[in-house]
Design a protein around this ligand. Structure first.
Ligand SMILES: Nc1nc2c(ncn2[C@@H]2O[C@H](COP(=O)(O)OP(=O)(O)OP(=O)(O)O)[C@@H](O)[C@H]2O)c(=O)[nH]1
Ligand SMILES: [Mg+2]
Ligand SMILES: [Zn+2]
Length: 334
């Protein structure tokens, strides 16, 4: 009997199980665009284990999923998240040690910063670049609001990062300068990420006016954004592409990173890896260190080295915390 039932059920199953792309997630609902072009808002279960390091949510934008639709298609459930090609993640805010996955299966990430309001901050940009490197997703940089600074200020910041090998576009959406060069950065499935108030939603509205995303003035007194976008959403862009508008991020910390891997997040250090006198060199104060030699001869900038030291100190602190809370049993050594 069971066999007949499951057999009879299977022809129906074909009709009610569909594959699709996650466009948006909110609490435990997500919007899925099926391969047949229909949109459904369906549930997913948060299978969060405690005590173990896990992600804050099991389903993110960009995920490919299989959905089971209930009869009449009134509701549905994500049955399976297909393996991810890549994932962009940061350390979840708070002292959780958890991984906050921002998006999956991206072809590129566009890191948006403003030159003023909020002010450009190289160390913050370096953290965004670091998580993109860790994810192995090609990153480009947009420096917006060039109308608020001198031309030399914009080009100086841009040149520093171009020299490392990143594509950098300086633009002003307000003055309509550089808009098309920014459009050129969005190919395949991309995500715009950055702090609040830098103009991510304004950029997308300018490139695709029908989107009508909500934007808001930054706080005049503090120069900080107001966290206007609250949910990440993957939006159809052009005929074939998708682009995500995401909420401004207050903090970017690395997670699931070993202290020996920090250098690999700095593109200009990649050719130097393995060339120090000691194989376990952390490039802090060891003798015969080629990274510190690069700082001394100016080929690795002081600002980028300062960013390296900050990320290293986070990694060491996280390791110490894991060791104290019993998450790792490996002996602690600096
Ligand atoms: N001066 C100037 N202001 C701009 C420019 N681009 C955007 N803005 C303004 O910056 C403010 C913030 O823009 P949003 O698009 O809301 O910023 P966001 O990055 O989406 O911010 P969150 O959604 O909070 O993460 C708005 O008042 C925009 O009009 C620009 O090129 N120059
Ligand atoms: Mg926004
Ligand atoms: Zn070294």
């Amino acid at each position: 009997l069971a066999e007949t039932l499951s057999h009879r059920g299977s022809s129906q199953d074909l009709l009610v199980r569909v594959d699709g792309l996650v466009l948006r997630t909110e609490s435990n609902l997500c919007t899925v665009l099926t391969d047949l072009g229909e949109r459904f808002v369906v549930n997913y279960t948060r299978r969060l284990k405690t005590g173990e390091r896990v992600a804050t949510t099991p389903v993110v934008i960009g995920d490919r999923v299989r959905v089971r639709l209930e009869p009449e298609r009134a509701s549905g459930l994500v049955e399976e998240v297909y393996p991810r090609r890549n994932e962009l993640y940061r350390l979840a805010p708070g002292r959780t040690g958890m991984k906050d996955v921002l998006a999956a299966n991206l072809d590129s990430v566009v890191i948006v910063q403003s030159l003023r309001m909020p002010d450009f901050n190289a160390s913050r940009l370096d953290r965004f670049l670091a998580i993109a490197e860790q994810a192995g997703i090609p990153a480009a940089v947009v420096l917006n609001k060039s109308d608020l600074v001198s031309q030399s200020e914009g080009s100086e910041a841009a040149e520093a990062y171009r020299a490392i090998g990143y594509q950098v576009e300086v633009c002003s959406i307000r003055a309509k300068l550089g808009v098309e060069r920014v459009r050129g950065l969005i190919k395949g499935t991309s995500a715009l990420i950055g702090p609040s108030g830098v103009g991510k939603s304004t950029i997308l509205n300018c490139l695709s006016p029908k989107l009508k995303l909500r934007t808001a003035e930054v706080n005049e007194a503090t120069g900080k954004g107001r966290h206007t976008t609250v949910v990440s959403e993957l939006l159809p862009f052009g005929d074939l592409d998708y682009v995500a508008d995401t909420p401004g991020l207050r903090s970017i910390g690395v997670v699931e990173l070993d202290k020996y891997e920090v250098a690999s997040l700095f593109r200009e250090l990649q050719p130097l890896i393995g060339k120090c006198r000691f194989a376990d060199c952390l490039h802090l104060s060891e003798p015969g260190c080629v990274v510190r030699a690069a700082v001394n001869d100016g080929s690795f900038s002081d600002e980028r080295y300062a960013s390296y030291q900050r990320i290293m100190s986070d990694v060491i602190q996280a390791y110490r915390q894991d060791w104290e809370t019993g998450r790792t049993s490996a002996p602690f050594e600096l």
